[in-house]
Design a protein around this ligand. Structure first.
Ligand code: BGC
Ligand code: BGC
Length: 461
């Protein structure tokens, strides 16, 4: 299937995962600097250097140009823009992103900027982070600055990346910064992140050019198994974001199933109107599916222990069928198809786009003779990643043929990078990064993607 000219092929990254330069040009620490420097990551890895893209952004954009993408999704680090609590905008930080945007435009690539991809300034973390309602307003103030400075040049804006991770994984569980492990206490952070989404969208709308698109990126769970367990996890993990953002309400059933662990009294009059802002598209990060079952334990009283799934203490997660990626995530392209079709059925007025999809592989850099010139060259033969991407692009094509308005697809990631709590041990890039030398080597998947983009033909399996 040939894609229309306006279908957007891209790749994605995020500031803390690639930039490095943690102490340069006035950047302040973020909650991820703190978390990674206090023993919460594999090998004690941090984003201090990462792929050094703060200094090498021109080289990275040259890679993007060679790849032929229509668009590049990157995120802006609030710690570079607002490095002090209540202080002035840091112009050096703004200049960096302004140069990135100009360099992209010069290369003919549309910038897609994520406002919040997890690097909250530590000074906001010190005031409770996402447990503090005011954080939503502070992040929106910074979004307003970015809209003002870059709004004439950025094509697509994403308010928040993966609210599920920002709230449940970080405040319900201990996996991500700040790792508070409060179980049901995460519901309050869910609401504050929802508020931030709405406030950021509103702030951007007032600043950016008329034809810029504003979206949010959700990592919705696609669970399979017992209908009751699937329904409950959908409510807690998905509809808790989808319904307020796209419909302007929290489902009543959500209040019923969280009885005893959350009274939702942090939802104030007018909040749902703030959250329910007009947006142009819904972005999806898709990697894998889960398998759930009712355990037979009673639902009440519910556990108040650390959990990324509060309100689900009567549900068990079962091992999924393989094959699995290096992350241990199962490979299930039909999950992407099902997700796209379901969202189009339930929220038909929103165009969809895939803001992340990709896989971690145990990639190996090899030196070999170039088949054409005989010269020694470096290569990474990541056949599994090519297969994964082929199958997911095929699933996206099937969804489009079934009528889903899919407008674009960003592969995660342009580069191997700092994979959060897993540090540098998991490689998601279509470009290999040697962390000793910072040398970039396009993998086979890069070359495969370049051919796909050049043909604009989606695979048919
Ligand atoms: C919110 C506060 C916030 C303030 C910002 C209020 O509506 O409840 O938390 O700090 O607006 O002006
Ligand atoms: C995040 C990325 C992350 C990727 C792979 C998403 O959860 O947005 O930052 O690297 O998935 O885990």
């Amino acid at each position: 299937m040939k894609c229309s000219d306006d279908f957007v092929f891209g790749t994605a990254t995020a500031s803390y995962q690639i930039e490095g330069a943690a102490n340069e040009d006035g950047r302040c620490p973020s909650i991820w600097d703190t978390f990674s420097h206090t023993g919460h990551t594999v090998n004690g890895d941090t984003g201090d250097v990462a792929t050094d893209s703060y200094h090498r952004y021109k080289e990275d954009i040259a890679l993007l140009k060679d790849l032929g993408v229509d668009s590049y999704r990157f995120s802006i680090a609030m710690p570079r823009i607002m490095p002090t609590d209540g202080g002035p905008v840091n112009e050096k930080g703004v200049d960096f992103y302004s140069r990135v945007v100009d360099e992209l435009l010069e290369a003919g690539i549309k910038p897609c900027a994520t406002v919040y991809h997890w690097d909250l300034p530590q000074y906001l973390g010190d005031k409770g982070g996402w447990q503090n309602r005011d954080t939503a307003w502070r992040v929106a103030d910074y979004a307003c600055v970015m809209g003002e400075r870059l709004g004439d040049r950025v094509d697509t804006w994403i308010t928040v990346n993966e609210p599920w991770c920002v709230s449940y994984l970080s405040y319900g569980g201990t996996e991500q910064a700040p790792g508070l492990g409060g179980g049901p206490a995460a519901f309050e952070t869910v609401h504050h992140v929802n508020l931030a989404h709405g406030l950021i969208a509103q702030a951007l709308r007032g600043e950016v050019k008329d034809d810029a698109k504003i979206a949010v990126t959700l990592n919705l769970q696609v669970n399979r198994g017992d209908a009751d367990a699937v329904h409950r996890t959908d409510l807690i993990a998905n509809r808790v974001f989808l319904d307020p953002m796209l419909r302007g309400y929290y489902p009543n059933e959500l209040f019923a199933v969280t009885k005893g662990i959350c009274d939702w009294d942090f939802v104030k009059d007018g909040d749902l109107d703030l959250i329910h802002q007009p947006i142009d598209m819904l972005g999806l990060n898709y990697y894998s599916t889960g398998l759930v079952t009712m355990s037979g334990r009673p639902q009440f009283p519910q556990s108040t222990e650390a959990s990324v799934f509060p309100g689900c203490s009567d549900i068990d997660w079962l091992p999924t069928e393989g094959p699995h990626t290096e992350m241990g995530w199962n490979i299930d392209p039909n999950g992407l198809y099902d997700l796209l079709v379901r969202l189009h059925d339930d929220y038909p007025e929103y165009p969809l786009f895939i803001t992340e999809n990709g896989m971690a592989c145990p990639d190996r850099l090899v030196e070999e003779a170039d088949p054409e010139t005989g010269a020694s060259v470096k290569a990474v033969h990541d056949a599994d990643r090519v297969d994964y991407l082929t199958r997911h692009f095929d699933a996206a094509r099937r969804a489009m043929e079934a009528g889903v308005p899919l407008t674009g697809y960003y592969v995660w990631s342009l580069l191997d990078n700092f994979e959060w709590a897993f540090g540098y041990t998991k490689r998601f890039g279509i470009t290999y990064v040697d962390y000793e030398t910072q040398e970039r080597t396009p993998k086979d998947s890069f070359k495969w993607y370049r051919r796909l983009i050049a043909s604009r033909e989606l695979p048919v399996l």
